[in-house]
Design a protein around this ligand. Sequence first.
Ligand SMILES: [Zn+2]
Length: 151
Amino acid sequence: MSVVFDCPHCQAERVRGTAFDLRETVRVNERVPKWGWSSHWVRCSKCSAELYSKVRAEDMQGASPSTVNQRVSSYQPLTQRFLAVASVAMGWTPVVGVIVGVVATVANVRTQGWPRWLSIVGLVLAAGFNVAMFWVLLYMQTQIGSPLTPQ
Ligand SMILES: [Zn+2]
């Protein structure tokens, strides 16, 4: 789907872009149904930047440049930014922190800029914290389970 718009990335005016839809799916295992989401993008023919679009590629047909401009942004979609922040905020929680970290990293794998790096930081924090917590729990269990030894 070809559109004409003003690219917010390279500042080119009335540049040709290609609108396309992207379907991303995550499959945990055979029993869990596929979990996925669609995103819509416009690729600038001049600088090849992939810009996030609020509407489907087919809804871009016949849209005037000013309409396309309103629907396209170089910003990350809110959910992906939210997940990136959540992955760090939830990093201290047992198990949930790791799950949010993985989801955020997968959701942001194609995006550029800070949400991607923040997701990875969140995942590393969550993984590190959960591993540390596991050892602490294991240590406490062995201490409680063993008889008191004389000093
Ligand atoms: Zn451009």
